[in-house]
Design a protein around this ligand. Structure first.
Ligand code: UTP
Length: 229
């Protein structure tokens, strides 16, 4: 079975309030596609992570401690998705990409995880997992329909890109450093660097659009951006 790693932005699973109907729809879609492809989902921290990090920043300045809280939030969101999927998902949240890969190889289950170590994002974790699996595709399910040349909310002349090279994406982001990406970057710099180094076939889609998400996971034509590596 083909390996597909999906980085599911926290804003998709846990926006301001968690919508059980929406989480249930994502789980239902994953249960359908897992009959045809081996799915690994990395869930982001979204609003939950932000809330805890903001509160803790006023109590403590240690960035690693704040990241650890963020990781806890991603794992909480991962557990919510596991609960929604039920028995077609592995019942626990792996804590490293090697653990996730091992579980995926040995069990016919959807593997759902969150962050791993302080200092990076769940997009990075997804790219890292895709890099150690054989012939994996990577899907970044985020909250925009396409990658744009600039922030479309701020610039009327922003162009939507249905296809672009990874080098162009890095250029749009302003580099591959953790802090180089603008706040609206759909994929952070270190994740882009991994995609480039391992030549991981990558797509960016709106994770709230179930039809699009299902199509891209199954390798069918989809609405979104294809990143050429
Ligand atoms: P996310 O990757 O979800 O960041 O992790 P995000 O910017 O909130 O992305 P969305 O909104 O979910 O798409 C939340 C926070 O958890 C920490 C970081 O502090 C990150 O900002 N984290 C996450 C880590 O330190 N390591 C990880 O492996 C994952």
């Amino acid at each position: 079975m083909e390996n597909v790693v999906v980085s599911m932005g926290g804003s998709i699973i846990a926006p301001e309030t968690i919508d059980p109907v929406h989480v249930g729809a994502i789980a239902g879609m994953l249960k359908r596609v897992c009959e045809q492809v081996k799915v690994y989902v990395i869930v982001g921290g979204g609003r939950t992570a932000r809330k805890y990090i903001d509160a803790a920043r006023e109590l403590c300045a240690d960035e690693a401690a704040l990241d650890t809280l963020g990781i806890c939030a991603t794992r909480l969101n991962a557990m919510l998705l596991i609960t929604a999927i039920g028995e077609k998902a592995f019942s626990q949240v792996p804590e490293s990409v090697s653990e996730a890969a091992g579980i995926g190889r040995n069990r016919r289950r959807i593997v759902v995880m969150g962050g791993t170590t302080p200092g990076h994002s769940t997009d990075y974790v997804g790219a890292e997992l895709a890099s150690i699996l054989e012939d994996a595709r990577f899907v970044n399910a985020t909250n925009v329909d396409y990658v744009y040349t600039r922030d479309p909310k701020k610039h009327a002349d922003a162009e939507r890109l249905e296809e672009l090279t990874i080098d162009r994406l890095i250029e749009i982001n302003g580099g591959t450093a953790w802090n180089s990406a603008g706040a609206n970057a759909v994929m952070d710099g270190p994740a882009c660097a991994l995609i480039k180094r391992h030549r991981i076939p990558t797509s960016v889609v709106n994770g709230s659009d179930m039809e699009t998400l299902e199509n891209v996971i199954l390798g069918k034509p989809f609405k979104g951006t294809k990143i050429i590596v």
